[in-house]
Design a protein around this ligand. Structure first.
Ligand SMILES: Cc1cc2nc3c(=O)[nH]c(=O)nc-3n(C[C@H](O)[C@H](O)[C@H](O)COP(=O)(O)OP(=O)(O)OC[C@H]3O[C@@H](n4cnc5c(N)ncnc54)[C@H](O)[C@@H]3O)c2cc1C
Ligand SMILES: Cc1cc2nc3c(=O)[nH]c(=O)nc-3n(C[C@H](O)[C@H](O)[C@H](O)COP(=O)(O)O)c2cc1C
Length: 572
């Protein structure tokens, strides 16, 4: 410290005291990098031109992504490693030959978590293979960056699992796993710098610095809106209820076609009141929950999931009250009434085992350019299922179904950079049965409003033409004006044999392939299983037939256009 004048020393100490652990880590990496570089007056680190002895490392950067965030960070890491002259390969986990893992020396894995703590669909094969097969990874050095969202109960679980498994298989951590929440942008750069300064060999080069920050882009910013229109798109006699919900907001809502609207639904007053009556002894207690002091009512109303509790919670409750419980998913009110909380268990212990309310996402069906930034539309199908032959309805979709004009809606934007429109002159093929049409309504409005010269082809399907042709008049009017170049519909129950979008695609095989060969971008949205799977299999058949190639080469063709960003899925 005696190196520094008293004034500099005080300033230095002041910065350290004001900084978080992450910021200090970043600064240490930054300073280490500066010692290898020259710094000029604009604060940008510039590569030292003096030759330095750099050991070239062979590094694999692997990513598992659903909405493109992990891919972006991976590309940035790969570029930073390459700029240090290392030999780097960047691969999506679904394209990665797992047999290579034992031959690797350094691997960085950037992976998000989806579903209820699962890996992204494209990383599933890698994840399963890693967990079910034995591998000798003694010679592997690695680090995992896990992306997630702390609103979900199993925060960054997929990344965590991969990290634990690699470790168990003998691989050596270069740095500990880092778990990032939705405001990951700046923290991911800090992580990249930490990676750069911890590479397992002498290695020099610039760290990331002065990167343009994008405040708010990935942060959950909640908007307060009100329902401005609310209508059931299905006609009388339909087996379905699909609600077109328009929400207006005084403040500008920033989103792009392809994004989703996220909502954390509140529990009903009736359910919460019932739970509180079962916890009568604690009725007036306030609870400290994640930096907030809440009444028990507020906590159960807005924060904790009390419905259809996962089995892991039922198990935890059984061990809390030291009673054997049947392993079935029940609502909290049913558990508390059948198996009351015992006197030796505190309310805090009960709350500690419960999980947050899971966000629900809805593909945005409006376009900011066509509808303006003060309104946003979604297309919500009322989720229906049966329990013991009784019809039941999904929680959040029922909430949307029951809304009235003027009701308040608090929501956020969930960006999806993997599902974006191409340049205006490119053709697009959109396959979206049911609520899968939602982002395509946004796409078509957007392209129509911008006067895009590229052609637009929509495949839509549902049960019946008469009652279930969602947005029929809008789509037919877009067809009339030429904004929709082609539309093919499949109404599954209007004839004896079931007819789905994939059957229509097969009938259009030649033309569909010609569009693809001409550079069209293709999108699938809607139900993951079986629709998206059947559509993908059909595409492989179409490519194989029209290009006269075998199935394996057709899969390669589809993978290639996916890598080029010309085939994207948003399925759920
Ligand atoms: C990226 C993305 C985009 C999406 N876009 C749309 C969209 O545009 N439109 C749309 O309508 N949906 C969309 N969804 C789906 C939506 O987010 C919700 O998952 C859907 O509305 C169901 O939520 P819910 O709260 O109504 O149902 P939940 O109450 O969460 O129930 C969901 C399922 O859980 C089971 N379940 C729940 N309670 C019980 C119980 N008591 N007993 C037995 N089983 C039970 C049932 O199988 C039920 O179907 C999207 C999802 C994602 C991930
Ligand atoms: C349907 C859905 C389910 C999710 N489930 C989880 C989860 O269980 N745990 C978690 O930490 N994050 C979860 N997330 C949040 C994502 O991991 C987070 O948005 C991440 O930034 C996505 O990165 P990606 O674009 O690379 O896939 C979920 C997101 C979605 C859309």
């Amino acid at each position: 410290m005696s190196m520094l004048t008293e004034q500099k020393l005080q300033s230095f100490k002041h910065i350290i005291q004001q900084s978080s652990r992450d910021e200090i880590l970043w600064m240490s990496g930054y300073l280490a990098g500066l010692s290898e570089t020259n710094i000029f007056d604009n604060g940008t680190a510039v590569k030292n031109n003096a030759p330095t002895a750099v050991e070239k490392l062979t590094i694999s950067v692997l990513y598992g992504t659903e909405t493109g965030n992990s891919k972006k960070i991976s590309s940035k890491l790969a570029a930073a490693l390459k700029s240090r002259q290392h030999k780097v390969t960047l691969t999506a986990l679904d394209q990665y030959a797992l047999s290579n893992l034992e031959k690797e020396s350094i691997v960085f894995i950037i992976i998000s978590t989806q579903g209820d703590g699962e890996p992204p669909a494209a990383a599933k094969k890698f994840y399963d293979h890693l967990h079910t097969k034995e591998h000798d990874l003694k010679n592997l050095q690695y680090a995992v960056l896990a992306l997630g969202d702390s609103s979900y109960p199993l925060f960054c679980k997929a990344g965590d699992d991969v990290d634990v498994r690699l470790n168990a298989l003998g691989a050596n951590q270069i740095i500990s796993i880092e778990k990032l929440d939705t405001d990951f942008y700046a923290a991911s750069e800090t992580w990249i710098n930490t990676v750069l300064t911890n590479l397992p060999a002498a290695s020099t080069g610039p760290l990331l610095t002065n990167q343009p920050k994008q405040p708010g882009k990935h942060k959950k910013v909640f908007y307060n809106g009100r329902v401005r229109a609310h209508l059931n798109l299905n006609d009388k006699g339909s087996a379905k209820e699909t609600w077109h919900v328009e929400i207006s907001s005084a403040e500008g809502i920033y989103y792009l076609p392809g994004d989703s609207l996220g909502i954390i639904p509140s529990n009903t007053d009736e359910d919460v009141t019932e739970i509180i009556s079962l916890l009568a002894g604690y009725k007036n207690q306030t609870i400290q929950y994640k930096e907030e002091t809440l009444t028990l009512f507020e906590l159960f109303k807005n924060k904790l999931n009390i419905l259809h509790l996962p089995l892991r919670i039922v198990e935890k409750y059984a061990s809390l009250i030291k009673t054997e419980l049947p392993l079935v998913r029940l609502d909290l009110k049913n558990i508390l009434s059948l198996y009351p909380l015992t006197a030796n268990v505190s309310i805090e212990q009960l709350i500690a085992i419960l999980e947050p309310i899971t966000p629900r996402l809805y593909s945005i069906s409006s376009s900011p350019s066509a509808h303006g930034n003060n309104e946003i539309h979604i297309t919500v199908s009322r989720n229906t299922f049966s329990v013991n032959e009784k019809i039941k309805y999904g929680f959040c979709s029922s909430h949307f179904a029951a809304l009235n004009e003027g009701d308040e809606v608090k929501f956020y934007i969930h960006p999806n950079d993997n599902f974006r429109l191409p340049e205006a002159d490119k053709d697009v093929i959109m396959i979206g049965p049911g609520t899968g049409i939602a982002p395509f309504r946004s796409f078509i409005f957007h392209r129509d409003n911008e006067g895009a010269s590229g052609r637009n082809w929509l495949f839509f399907g549902d049960q019946h033409f008469e009652t279930d042709f969602l947005y029929q008049s809008e789509m037919l009017s877009f067809f009339d004006t030429g904004s929709l170049t082609k539309i093919n519909t499949a109404f599954s129950r209007d004839q004896k044999e079931k007819l789905y979008v994939q059957h229509r695609m097969r009938q259009q095989s030649k033309e569909l392939f010609t569009w693809l060969e001409n550079g069209a971008h293709m999108y699938v949205c809607g139900c993951k299983d079986p629709m998206a799977k059947d559509v993908e299999e059909t595409l492989i058949d179409i490519i194989s037939k029209e290009a006269n190639i075998d199935e394996e080469s057709a899969i390669e063709y589809l993978n290639k256009i996916e890598e080029e960003g010309r085939f994207a899925k948003d399925v759920y």
